[in-house]
Ligand binder design. Structure first.
Ligand code: GDG
Length: 470
């Protein structure tokens, strides 16, 4: 494929939607809602996806994969350390998640973040056709909209943040706060998971930049920038069709048998990340066993933890903390042949994940803070017979929509133990009423609606300049 290929729809994300196990292996599409939501639109518009291939190997030329043009961005080993593990995942990630781990501020990380963002912006400028739409994704690339607008004022630019946007008290800590805000304001549309995220952003723009925002509208040097929520969702049809598959239902029965047929099955599924509240969830489960209301014969927790960011220290710590708690609970409350916690630290194929959703009577989603949380939505979507109960942290974006879940404060261990109990003993009729309402809510807005709404908002942005410096 020619270096100079251009398109009128360009997605820019830290990662490409494809991966391969070695430089000589075939590219494979990476699973995930964002990829499945954007792929049909990209295919329809012969779009381009710009991103990092996920390894420090030298970037290859742009290539075609399954109807999509992929443009790899090279990132060196030092940049993986400073831009990705450093500024993105040890500064921004904890800061934007309530500073639930102390964010670290290092000028050399920031410099690497600026340099890598510039490289992504240059790639986008090169591959976007005249007046193209460019959709920039997530916290790794917050400077790209501003840089790209300078290079190409003719473009319509959308930015979507998948994680929370923090309140002033936290964001104000960031030594480069104004640069980040100005970077985001390069977009025509800045999308957030929740209304609160959008409000935080507008307030911060008013506080730390010369620009003025009222409601959703910000004026930047005479240009209109729209800041509002576009709550992301899941591919409901895909989850429902997997849940309806007899082979997956059989697998779910097998899982239930394996953990002891008659027991109430509780389930947690998360990346092994300190924002997900896995440790407090385990503490609450332990309290429930200690209370004597339940024992290993009648309840079991399956915790699936997907390995994540293992070269960042805080992720090694959370893994150790979680594994120690699992050991303590099993040591204290287990019997020979019966453990209260079944802990899997691995990635599962989606069909197996859905089998676990079907096997679980109660789903525990208890993050300290989460932009949305798709696992909560996937669990509900898979409960085709309206059975099952969802315990959901108030501090997830999903809680704004899924208010018929049992909502909990993930910092309140006693309160969570009480919520787990409520879910376990909830009368069937109430479970059904709640789950039916949760499923209807999720069916109303799928990830395809998210993609259409977001792209629609970007399309409506009035292009200011005709052409521009190239
Ligand atoms: C970020 C934000 C926001 C999980 N384990 C396996 C597996 N998964 C899939 C789930 C789900 C996805 O990963 C996880 O999405 P979440 O939303 O729960 O969490 P993050 O990874 O933190 O995502 C979050 C999201 O972006 C989207 O905007 O909701 O707030 O933090 O889809 O199914 N998939 C497979 N095997 C697994 O073992 N195949």
């Amino acid at each position: 494929m020619a270096e100079s290929i251009q398109s009128d729809l360009v997605v820019v994300a830290n990662r490409l939607p494809v991966h391969r196990s070695s430089p000589t292996a075939q590219w494979e599409t990476s699973p995930g809602g964002l990829v499945s939501a954007l792929m049909p639109i990209l295919r329809e518009h012969t779009g381009i996806w710009i991103g990092w291939a996920g390894t420090a190997e030298p970037a290859t030329e742009p290539f075609l994969h399954d109807g999509l043009s992929a443009v790899p961005v090279p990132i060196s080993t030092e940049e993986v350390r400073d831009y990705y593990e450093g500024f993105s995942n040890s500064t921004l990630w904890p800061l934007y998640h309530d500073a639930c781990q102390t964010p670290q501020f290092h000028r050399h990380w920031w410099r690497s973040y600026v340099a890598v963002n510039r490289r992504f912006a240059e790639m986008a400028a090169r591959h976007a056709a005249d007046h193209a739409r460019v959709l920039v994704q997530d916290y790794h690339l917050q400077l790209v909209p501003g840089m790209l607008r300078e290079m190409r004022p003719d473009l319509r630019i959308g930015f979507f943040l998948h994680i929370p946007f923090p309140p002033q008290e936290l964001f104000a800590q960031l030594p480069w706060r104004q640069r980040i805000l100005e970077g985001l304001l390069g977009a025509d549309v800045v999308g957030f998971q929740t209304k609160v995220g959008a409000q935080n952003f507008v307030r911060l723009v008013n506080r730390f930049t010369p620009h003025r925002g009222v409601g959703h509208a910000i004026t930047v040097d005479g240009r209109h920038v729209e800041a509002r929520e576009f709550p992301i969702s899941i591919d409901v049809d895909r989850i429902e069709s997997l849940a309806a598959d007899p082979a997956i239902a059989a697998k779910a029965r097998e899982i239930r048998e394996e953990v002891g047929g008659g027991r109430t099955v509780l389930l947690g599924v998360d990346r092994l990340d300190y924002t997900k509240g896995i440790d407090n969830r385990l503490r609450a489960f332990s309290e429930l066993l200690a209370s004597g209301r339940h024992d290993v014969d009648d309840i079991v927790l399956i915790q699936i933890s997907v390995p994540s960011r293992e070269s960042v220290d805080e992720y090694v710590e959370i893994r150790n903390r979680v594994e120690k708690l699992v050991g303590q609970i099993n040591g204290e409350f287990g019997e020979v042949g019966a453990s209260p916690v079944h802990y899997l630290r691995r990635n599962l194929p989606l069909d197996e994940l859905v089998a676990h959703y079907l096997a679980a009577d109660v789903m525990l989603v208890t993050p300290i803070r989460d932009g949305m949380n798709l696992v909560a939505k996937e669990y509900c979507a898979s409960r085709l017979d309206d059975s099952g109960a969802l315990v959901l942290s108030e501090f997830t974006g999903a809680a704004a929509e899924l208010d018929r879940a049992i909502l909990v404060n993930p910092h309140d261990v006693d309160g969570m133990a009480a919520a787990f109990e409520q879910a376990i003993v909830m009368p069937k009729a109430e479970r059904t009423r709640r789950m039916r309402s949760l499923r209807q809510r999720i069916r109303r807005r799928t990830v395809y609606d998210w993609a259409t709404d977001f792209l629609g908002a970007v399309d409506q942005a009035a292009p200011l300049a005709t052409g521009g410096p190239r």
